[in-house]
Design a protein around this ligand. Sequence first.
Ligand SMILES: [Zn+2]
Length: 146
Amino acid sequence: MKEQICEHARDNIVRDKQWKLHAAQCVDCHELLAVSDWMGAFASVTPGPQSLPSPGYLIFKSRLKQKQAAAQQASLPYYLMVIVSALVFAIGSVWMLVAGDTPIASIMANALVMLIPGIAVLSIGIVIAGSVYAAAAYAVSRYKNQ
Ligand SMILES: [Zn+2]
């Protein structure tokens, strides 16, 4: 059963002085006035939403993070496969070098001997590449935390 509500309480006349006199005697309007006063006091205490981002931006950022997480999860088997194949390659190379006198071992040994003069340049290149990678990872992590 629907409850009867004073017709003045349904109108938007909260600031009218005559309605406030009526509200002193009407139960519905008295309750509406009390709620209105409470909401006004609460609104003055609550800080304004000046620094909040827009809802569209929040939805966009949320969807972007979901897609990044899905991409990260999807690429996990790829990275595991890269690690496994690198280990197989390293173990196989060492085994071929150590195992004995095969043509592949002699080719690899000659290639390593050819690399010796360029080790300094190779080391500098590795240090520069690592620095660039670390800087990029730091920039991406700072961008993600914003
Ligand atoms: Zn009323």
